[in-house]
Design a protein around this ligand. Sequence first.
Ligand code: PMP
Length: 453
Amino acid sequence: MPDYDTQTLRDWDRRHIWHPFTQMKEWEESEPVVIVEGEGSWIIDSEGKRYLDGVAAIWTNVHGHCRREINEALKAQVDRLEHSTLLGLTNDRAVVLAKRLAEIAPPGLCKVFYSDNGSTAVEVGVKMAFQFWRHEGKPEKSRFISFTSAYHGDTLGAVSVGGIDLFHGVFRPLLFPTIQAPAPYCYRCPMGRDTPAACGMECLTELERIMESHAGEVAGLVIEPLVQGAGGMIVQPEGFLKGVRELCDRHDILMIADEVAVGFGRTGAMFACGREGITPDIMALSKGITAGYMPLAATLATQRVYDAFLGEYREMKTFFHGHTFTGNPLGCAVALASLDLFESDRLLGKLPNKIKLLQEKLKGLIELEHVGDVRQCGMIAAVELVRDRATKEPFDWEERVGVRVCLEARTHGVFLRPLGNVIVIFPPLAITAEEIDFLVDGLEKSIHTVTGG
Ligand code: PMP
C-alpha cells in the first residue's frame, strides 16, 4: 500500500509533476487517479479501484503487470549487477540479449545498438543512415522520406521525421526538413479511393514518383510498419510495406522500420516486418522489448550498414553516439525474461484466437451511430468516432468526444486513452477472452452514453 493517502498524493502531484502531452491547467483542476498496483491486465488505484488496462501502460505491456517470472529475473539481476557501461566494457546480459534479438529479428538484422527509449532508437537509426552514405562516398544522399501522420518520438530528430502537425508544428523551425509522402489512411484515402475495391495502392505510386523526383538525394525512409500508432492507429493495406521495401531497394534508400509500438507480438507476429516477409536495413525497438517493465531500446542494423562504419581509427568512421544507460543490465535481464515467457507461454501461438475474438467483439461497435471506422491489426484496434457516418464528418476537436468516452469508460472499470476522435484498444497481449469482452463492452456502453447513438 502507498505511504501516503490519496489526497496527499494528488496534491503533491498537482504541485510538482508536469505531465506529458497534458494541458496542466486542466490537470490541476482534476482529481487524478493514482495507480499503486498492477496485476495481470489490471491496474489498481490508491482507493482499491481496478481498471482493465486498455492501453497496456502506453503500448508497452506484453505479459501482464507484475508477472512473477519477470519480477524474479529483475530481482536476481539487481543483486548481481545494476548497471555497467557499454563504453569500453560489455556486460553479459546485453551480450545475450543482442544475440537473441538477432535470432528473432527479420533475417539479416544482426547488429544491435542499445539506447533507452523509442525516440532515441529512431534517432539512432536516422543518424546511422545519414552517416552511412558519407562513408559510402555519397554525401549527397542526405535527406529523409517520412510519412504524413507519422509519429516517431519527441526528440528533435524523431520529430523531424514525424508528421502530426498538432504535436510537431510548433517545433518546425528547429527541425530538419524531410520529404513527406502520403501515408495510406484507407478510411480517409489521401488518393480519393474510398472503397477497398478501388484501391490500386496509388499511395505507392505516389511514393515512387517522390523517390524519382529526389533521385540520388535520399538517405533513408522512416516508416511505422503495418500501423501508424499515434497518428490514429491507421492500418496500412496488405502489401503496402512490401511495396515500400521494393521501392527502397530500387532507389537504394535505407529503410528504417520503427517497430517501437508494433514490435514484440503486437500485430500477431513477433515483428510487423515479418508479416510481410521483409527485412528493413535498420529497425528501432523499444516499449515491448522489456514487456513494459523498463526503459530500454535497441536499433538493429544489417551487416551492410554496420560494415560501412568499419575503418582505421584515423578515418573517423566511428558512430559517435551513445547514452549513459545503454545496454543497462536490469533492462536486458527483463527483456530476456520476457523472451523466455514468449516461449513458455507460447504467446504467439495463442494470439490468432485472441485477435479473432477481438475482431468478433468489435463487430458490435460498427452498428453505433457515431462510429465511422473500426480498424484492427493483430492486438491493436481503433474506433474512429464521427459526427456523421455518411459524410465521415469528424466531431470538432473542441468537443473532446474521445476524451469524454475514455473518462466514461473508467466508470465501467476500463482505462483507455484517445487519439483525438479515435479510441485506441491496445491491451496487454496476455489479456484473456473474458477481459476482451469486458473491455469492448465497457467501451461500447461509453460510446453510447457520450455520443447518444
Ligand atoms: N515510435 C513509435 C512508433 C511510437 O509509438 C513511440 C511512442 N509512442 C515512439 C517512437 C517514441 O517512443 P518513446 O516515447 O519511448 O520515446
